[in-house]
Every structure is written in structure tokens, then in C-alpha cells.
Design a protein around this ligand. Structure first.
Ligand code: UTP
Length: 293
């Protein structure tokens, strides 16, 4: 079954980036010249997704505007002899169909996904957290779509191996590797931030999912969980009791750009991997190491 839609929840307050996020959506903070959200949408496009549903809140219109055409800017750039830049702006504005829905109260990730249900039609869909970037030659959402297709169009959760001592920072899955695979697991449950000695595995869930319509039944049923919020983890756990849910160790480097450390890390690494900025970033790093080490 084709996965046509990706839900990208962006309604959070981004408190770790205050004061910047008082007026700018966290997702619009750039890594080099592209805002974080650009990388997430690019991943969706490269994964064959045709429609993005942003779950937004007040103060987030910049995200929708970013993926819209800006004819005035395009004309200005063309007149200024910057045709190539004008062309890339045009492309950006017609990259993908974007719709949005408001989450009026930030009641958690599970609640945010539930807000998008009327725009998803009657299909399976992807969820991409816009502040978790994964860099690699094979887009992570595409990898998960393929695993879902191979396993009866079941829900699939993207997971990554983390050091055992870090399990208390993540949702961790429990499960059994499926026949002949050391990357794909049949999930039995998910545990929120377990201590290393209680963690069933070291497979963490950083924010990539393929979900089926069934999830909405569980999102409707779950009570408020950790932090008084409706947790997607709780709904997936409930679903895994009755239906096959898979977890797949994806290929690619993941950056938690919703945190300052992850953001700095992504900025340095993305620059290092870019021909235009690599030498500049190396010089900056060398100079600063000399100065501050
Ligand atoms: P986070 O908790 O990491 O993001 O939620 P946040 O709330 O924006 O940031 P901090 O923690 O205050 O710094 C993960 C993702 O889920 C979305 C967020 O926008 C983010 O992309 N989210 C979270 C919602 O859309 N709605 C919610 O109610 C909660």
C-alpha cells in the first residue's frame, strides 16, 4: 500500500530554544541555510510522500509560508540577475502539497497526531518529528515504508542503537528480531526512559513512525500519561498488544536538533559535510580549540 501522507507535528513550544522561540518557530531555526523543517520535508519528498500535514499552533504560520510560493521574492531575484536563486525558491514553493491543522492546546504528541486524522483520509501514514534530523543516503522514512510493505503493511517504528547508559533519555522498545534479520524486530512493548539496568534493549525511538489507521482507536482510548499529556508511546503500546508492530534499526546519523547540544552537533557536522563550508568550519574549530582548550 502506498504511503502518501506524512504528519509533521510542530505545535510544541520549543522551550529549550527560548528566547528565540518566543517569536520564531523552533522548526524555522536554520542549520546552515535551511531551516530544520526543510530537512524533514526533504526526507518526506525523497521517501515518495505526496502530502504533508503540519500540526501547528499559534505563531507557526512561518512554517506554512516557507513552503508556499513567494512570487514577489522570485520576481525580485530574477530582476536582480539571481535567476538560479529565483529558480530554487520556485522549486521550494512547489516542493510538495502542504496542509495544516491546529492543535489548540499542547496536550502531547499523541494528541497532536490525533488532530491530523481528518486530513489523512483512510490510509496508513508516516510521522516525522521535525526536530529529529536523520542524515544518510537512504531517507529513513523510505526505509520504514519498505519494512512496512514487507511485513503486511504493519506499523513500523524507526529505532537506533544507543549506549546502554543512555537508555533513560529515550523511549526504548522490547521485542524479538524477526526471522533472518538483525535489524527488524517484532515489538512487544515500549518503555519510557528506563534506567540502564531495567532497559529491555538499547533500541531507542527518536521520532520516525509508519502508522496505520488503527492507531486512532488507541489514541481515543488512552488516558493522559507522563506529564499529563496524551503520549503516542501509550497508544502504540496498547496497539502492540493486539496487532503486529515492528521496529527497524534505520541507517543514517540522527541529530536531536530540538536540544542545544544536538543542534550544535548538526550545525558542525552538516558544515563539515558540505564542500562549500568544510574548510571554513575546520578552521573555526582549530582556532577555537587553540583558544579555549
Ligand atoms: P518536544 O517536547 O521535543 O518539543 O516534542 P517542544 O515541546 O516543541 O520543545 P521543548 O521540549 O519545549 O523544547 C516533540 C515534537 O512533538 C511536537 C513538537 O512540536 C515537536 O516537534 N509536539 C509536542 C506537538 O506538536 N504537540 C504537542 O502537544 C507536543
Amino acid at each position: 500500500m502506498k504511503i502518501r501522507t506524512a504528519v509533521i507535528p510542530v505545535a510544541g513550544k520549543g522551550t529549550r530554544f527560548l528566547p528565540a522561540t518566543k517569536e520564531i518557530p523552533k522548526e524555522m531555526i536554520p542549520i546552515l541555510t535551511k531551516p530544520m523543517i526543510h530537512y524533514a520535508v526533504e526526507e518526506a519528498v525523497l521517501s515518495g510522500i505526496e502530502q504533508i500535514v503540519f500540526v501547528t499552533s499559534s505563531g507557526k504560520t512561518a512554517i506554512e509560508d516557507y513552503f508556499d510560493r513567494n512570487i514577489e521574492l522570485e520576481t525580485f531575484l530574477e530582476r536582480a540577475g539571481k535567476g538560479e536563486l529565483a529558480e530554487s525558491m520556485k522549486k521550494l514553493g512547489s516542493m510538495i502539497e502542504v496542509t495544516s491543522v491546529r492543535q489548540k492546546e499542547q496536550l502531547g504528541l499523541g494528541h497532536a497526531i490525533n488532530c491530523a486524522r481528518d486530513l489523512i483520509k483512510d490510509e496508513a501514514f508516516a510521522v516525522i518529528l521535525g526536530d529529529d534530523l536523520v542524515r544518510g543516503s537512504n531517507p529513513v522514512t523510505k526505509q520504514l515504508i519498505e519494512i512496512s510493505a514487507k511485513n503486511n503493511n504493519s506499523p513500523v517504528i524507526g529505532v537506533m542503537e544507543v549506549p546502554k547508559e543512555d537508555t533513560n533519555k529515550y523511549g526504548i522498545i522490547d521485542g524479538e528480531a524477526i526471522n533472518g534479520s538483525n535489524k527488524t524486530y517484532k515489538m512487544s512493548k515500549m518503555v519510557e526512559k528506563p534506567n540502564p539496568d531495567e532497559a529491555p534493549t538499547n533500541l531507542a525511538t527518536p521520532g520516525r513512525y509508519i502508522l496505520t489507521q488503527e492507531i486512532f482507536k488507541y489514541l481515543d482510548e488512552i488516558p493522559r500519561g507522563v506529564g499529563g499529556e496524551y503520549q503516542l508511546t501509550d497508544a502504540i503500546n496498547a496497539m502492540a498488544k493486539n496487532t503486529s508492530v515492528y521496529a527497524h534499526i534505520f541507517e543514517g546519523s540522527r541529530f536531536d536538533t530540538g536540544s542545544i547540544t544536538g543542534y550544535l552537533n548538526a550545525t558542525v557536522e552538516f558544515a563539515m559535510m558540505d564542500d562549500q563550508y568544510k574548510e571554513i568550519m575546520l578552521d573555526i574549530c582549530r582556532e577555537n580549540i587553540k583558544k579555549y582548550e
